[in-house]
Each structure stands twice: as C-alpha cells, then as structure tokens.
Write a new protein. Structure first.
Length: 244
C-alpha cells in the first residue's frame, strides 16, 4: 500500500516542474521581443533626429556672370572671323584669276610655239625640196628634148626615166604635187607671168603655156609656175603700127 501511494506523489511532483520550465521560456521570449521593439524604437528615433538635423534647403551659389558682355564678345569674335573669311576668299579668288591668266598665257605660248615650229619645218622642207625640183626639171627637159635613135640610147633613156619616176613618186608620198596651170586663169598667188602673148584664141589673162612647172605641198606653194599669159589682140596691132 505504501508503494502505490508513493507513485502518484512522484507524478504530482513532476508536473509542477514542467509548468515552471514553460513559464520560464515564455518569459524569455517576451523579454526578447520587448528588447527588439525597444531597439527598433531607438533606431527610429535616431533617424528622426538625423533628419531633423538637415537644413530646410541647400543654398545655391550666386552666378556673377555677365551674359550680355559674353554675348557681345562672341559676336565681336564672329564678326572678326567673318571678315577674315572674306579676306581669305578674296585672296583665293585673286589666286584663281591669276592661275587662269597664267593658263591662258601658257596656252597661247604653246600654240605660238607649235605654229612657229610648223612654219620652220615647212620652210626647211621647202628649201630642201626646191633643190630636188631643179633635178626633176632637168629630167623633164631631157625627156622632152632627147629622142633616142638606137637601142642603146633607148636603154639609157629608160634608165634615167626610171630614176625620174622614182623621184616623182617619193615627192608625192610627202605631199608634193605639180600644178596644172595651162588653160586656167592667171593667179598671182600661184603663177609668175614671164611672157605675155597677144591672141584672140584665149581670153585675156589665161595661162597659155607653162614654161616651168609649179608645185604645191599640201595647201602651200612650193614653187610658183612660170607661165605665158594671153594678152588682147589689139596689143599686137598697136605694136605692129608702132613698128611701121
């Protein structure tokens, strides 16, 4: 009996101990919560104090710049640069005009030089060909005057006529061409009148005979043709009357 009574007593003693432990834990949690709340309150108060210490507005620095004076300076600088640009433009125009004048002068100089060189070339060619034309004249006179009588003379005739033909062909290749003056009107630019023959067969001023053949080289006279020109027949009657 004593043993059974002691067992419940032990249980009764254990139950109050557990309740005490639970109460102690609850008290600890409550204290921690209160501490946290108090810490938050302290932080909020500190933030409020920090915010209240800031000035109501940030003071702005005073601007002492004279904008009107600065604008006038910029305007004066712009005007100066504009005048400088105009001056440089004028210099560029002068240089361009000078270049154009020099280019025109050079072109004229080049053209005159080319013309003078061409004239000198033609004059040198005319002087050289003039000497050769004398040789051609001799061949033509020989052909007109000499009549071969034998086979040997004919062979000689053919030989120098071959040389004559070769020379004429070479003259043609460089632009030399003979004039055909007979039957044409006398032209002092092409012909040289050495004789006048009164005749009713031809009109006055007509070339009757070409005594020495003239030659052209291109459109230039290489040698004037020496010609006989028709004169009116009354000149012949006047000459005969004067002679009687």
């Amino acid at each position: 009996m004593m043993g059974e009574e002691n067992q419940p007593i032990g249980d009764a003693q254990a139950t109050p101990s557990s309740s005490a432990t639970s109460e102690s834990a609850n008290a600890t949690s409550t204290d921690a919560a209160q501490a946290t709340q108090e810490s938050g309150s302290v932080g909020a108060e500190a933030n409020l104090e920090s915010a209240s210490s800031l000035p109501d507005s940030i003071p702005m620095e005073e601007d002492d710049t004279d904008y009107e004076a600065e604008f006038m300076k910029l305007r004066a600088t712009y005007a100066a640069k504009e005048r400088e640009c105009e001056a440089l433009k004028g210099q560029a125009d002068d240089a361009q005009n000078q270049y154009l004048r020099l280019a025109a002068d050079f072109e004229n100089f080049r053209r005159r030089t080319q013309e003078e060189r061409e004239k000198l070339d033609v004059q040198a060619k005319i002087a050289t060909l003039g000497e050769l034309l004398s040789v051609v004249d001799n061949f033509e006179r020989a052909r007109a005057q000499i009549k071969p009588q034998s086979d040997a003379e004919m062979n000689i005739h053919k030989s120098y006529q071959g040389v004559y033909k070769d020379m004429v062909d070479r003259l043609k290749k460089i632009g030399v061409a003979p004039m055909r003056a007979e039957g044409k009107e006398f032209d002092p630019n092409l012909h040289e009148a050495v004789l006048r023959e009164p005749t009713a067969e031809y009109a006055e001023g007509t070339v009757i005979e070409e005594l020495v053949r003239g030659y052209m080289i291109g459109d230039r006279v290489l040698r004037h043709a020496m010609v006989k020109v028709a004169a009116p027949p009354e000149d012949a009657e006047g000459d005969s009357g004067a002679g009687s």
